[in-house]
Structure formats: C-alpha cells, structure tokens
Design a protein around this ligand. Structure first.
Ligand code: PLP
Length: 383
C-alpha cells in the first residue's frame, strides 16, 4: 500500500518550539503573556488595515463574541452564507437568534450579493425588522465579492461579520481578507493555513471593541479587587503556549500560501486536458485566493462518473479527499430556517471534491492523485 496522502495537515516551521520554550522558561505557562500580544501584533501587521486583533480559543468563539457585541439576541435574524462549515452558523443559535441562509454565486462560490439584497427586502417585508448582521464567508480561501456585499450592507445599515477562517493570506482587490467587515474571524485550527493546535482570533475595527472582546473572553470581570460581574462572560482567550506556536507559524505563513497556490497550479496543469473537470479558480485578477484547498467540480454527464465514485477510488488508494461543504439549508439541524437562492450551492455540493492540498505535498504526490482521476476517465472511455 502506498503511503497515505492526507487532505490537509498541520505543518510546523521549526521556530514554534522556541517560542513555546520561552514561555516555559519565563513561567508564562498561563493564559495571556508576551506570546499572545506578540501573535496579535504579528496578525495585525500581516492583514494590515489598522485593525485590532484579539487572539481567542477558536474561530467559533470569535464569531460568538462578535455577535454578542453587535447586540444580537433572541428572535433576531442574522444573514449567513449557506455554503459553509457549520461553525459559521452555530453561534447564531448560541445567542438565540435565527439564521437566514443565502445561496452562493457560481463564480466565487460565496454569498451572492443579488440574493442578499432580495433576502433583506423580503425579511423586512415579512417581519417588519432588518436582519441584525450579515456573515459572508471566503470559502476554501476564495474571497467573497466584498465590494458588492458591503454596498448592499451599507444601503440597509447592517454590519458585516466576515468569516475569514479559511482565508488568511487571501486578498480581494489588493486588500486582505479579514479586513473588510466590521468584525472578522480567523481560525488556527489543525488544518487551516496556520495552526496554534487550536485557536482563532477576532479582528475588530476599534480599540474599544478589542478591549471589550478581551473582557468577554476572560469571564467579564468588572474592575474591582474582588470578583464582580455585571455581564455574562466566557472563557475564550488564547493561552500563551498556543500563541507561541502561532508566532512560529507566522514566520512560515507566506511559505504556506505559496505552497498551497502551487498545489493548485500543478493540479491544473496536470488535468487541463480533461473535459468535465473544472477547477475553482480566481474569477478575475481582483481575486487572490490562498487556495487553502484545491477543489474540483466533476460533471458526471461528461466524465461518466460522480464525485463520490472518485472519492471512493481515492480512498481505496489511500488518498484522502472530501466532498465540498454540505450547505447549511440542507442540514437537518437548520431545516426550519429560511433560505434564499436557486440551487447554486446544492449543485456545488453535488459535484465538488476537495483534493489533497497540504503544504508539503511533492509533485509526485500530486501526480499520484491525478493518476487516479485520469484512470477513472480512461476506464469510462472503454465502457
Ligand atoms: C474552521 C472554520 C471555522 C471555525 O473555526 P474554529 O477555529 O475551528 O472554531 C469557522 N468558519 C469556517 C468557514 C471554518 O472553516
């Protein structure tokens, strides 16, 4: 059996242990400490845009704390991209609000600005109230069409919370993903662009919001010598140890982006002659995806096989692939939520597959993956 080729793995750069050791040596093996502040500074200067970054225990926690600060509560509606991972939508339920799911557009695979506007008008007509926030996602690292989404959001005065969990290193019109929304979440979970073994961050516009985020993330302690609380708090801050890993990872983030983009390019090169296989490419020069995962769409009417048949073949060959995210409006847990759209995300889910994309794959590894696809195509020809 060939060695296993994984979809996406954490990849250490080498300096992580040094930062962690420093934390041990100086007895900062506690939440907070110099690595947390250092990591936040690194992230701030990397994404630019004069933002205030707060390191947290997860990207999910970041979305939760953003929704709290946007004063969203029980009975409110929050607009959310349907084509995403459940962590985008779950925090809406944590605070008792209701997600309204929006379909994707065919080229970016992300929130359709046209459907967004239609949905806002319909929600106002039906409920007499505006939705309280809009959550677009940069799925698989591909920037959402942020200028158009922001235009619609501004027209109705609704704040944007950007889910940039998969998009560290991606840019739209030269601007970093994670700097478009009033708030944005980042994730450093095990298989994202960089990892802290588990962690996230909330990108805030003002210093005041950053301070408030830290306050909520550390049990909402009032300023008093005893433990006094006038708000419900959370234990969501990133530890100094995890942040040490993060500081080491920041040194290799650009290498990771380069490597993932190169994977995408090599796959494209090797498969360009095969009809029925379409890549998730940047729609134009405005888009600079980090290509966190290389995704393909398989049209079974042309190829003669489905994405699931290919996934099973890969699995038999010890290669891990994964179907694209199942849209939220198709998830049993969100079955009773409103959805606006026309089947774009559904079709992507139906035909799409993520190929192995981690940072240290060799050209040989990628060729082994591509060989499976080519063999499938050839077998179909014989039939
Ligand atoms: C990973 C991810 C999250 C959540 O981040 P965690 O750090 O795992 O909590 C949110 N949204 C998207 C799109 C993600 O891929």
């Amino acid at each position: 059996m060939h060695k296993k080729i994984w979809l996406s793995l954490a990849q250490m750069g080498g300096k992580e242990q040094q930062f962690v050791k420093e934390a041990f040596d100086t007895n900062w093996v506690v939440p907070l400490g110099p690595n947390v502040e250092g990591f936040e500074r690194d992230l701030q200067s990397y994404i630019g845009g004069n933002k205030n970054v707060v390191a947290l225990s997860s990207g999910t926690a970041a979305i939760h704390l953003a929704l709290i600060q946007l004063n969203i509560g029980p009975g409110d509606e929050v607009i959310c991209q349907s084509f995403t991972f459940a962590a985008t939508a779950n925090p809406i339920k944590y605070i008792g609000a209701n997600p309204v799911f929006i379909d994707s557009e065919p080229d970016t695979w992300n929130m359709s600005p046209a459907v967004l506007e239609e949905a806002i008008l319909d929600r106002i007509a039906k409920t007499g109230k505006k939705p309280k926030a809009i959550i677009p996602v940069h799925l698989y690292g591909m920037p959402a069409r942020m200028d158009k989404i922001t235009e619609v959001a501004d027209k109705f005065g609704i704040p944007v919370l950007e889910d940039a969990a998969e998009a560290l290193g991606s840019k739209y019109k030269g601007q970093s993903c994670g700097t478009f929304g009033h708030f944005a979440c980042l994730s450093f979970n095990g298989n994202k662009m960089i990892t802290t073994s588990g962690g996230g961050a909330l990108v805030c516009t003002t210093l005041e919001e950053a301070n408030k985020t830290k306050f909520y993330a550390t049990q909402a302690r009032d300023n008093a010598p005893h433990y006094q609380h006038s708000h419900i708090g959370y234990n969501y801050r990133m530890s100094n140890i995890c942040a040490g890993i993060g500081r080491g990872q920041m040194l290799v983030l650009e290498d990771h982006v380069t490597a993932r983009r190169k994977n995408h390019q090599i796959y494209r090169e090797l498969l360009q002659d095969f009809a029925g296989i379409t890549f998730f490419d940047n729609p134009s020069n405005d888009f600079e995806s980090n290509h966190w995962l290389t995704c393909i769409i398989i049209d079974p009417k042309i190829t003669g096989f489905t994405k699931e048949a290919l996934r099973l073949r890969m699995e038999a060959e010890n290669i891990e692939t994964r179907p694209l995210w199942k849209p939220m409006h198709l998830q049993p847990v969100f079955a009773d939520c409103n959805f606006y759209g026309s089947g774009v995300a559904e079709k992507l889910f139906d035909q799409g597959l993520c190929l192995p994309s981690h940072t240290n794959l060799t050209r040989k590894d990628l060729e082994r993956v591509v060989d499976q696809i080519i063999n499938m195509i050839k077998t179909q020809d014989i039939l």
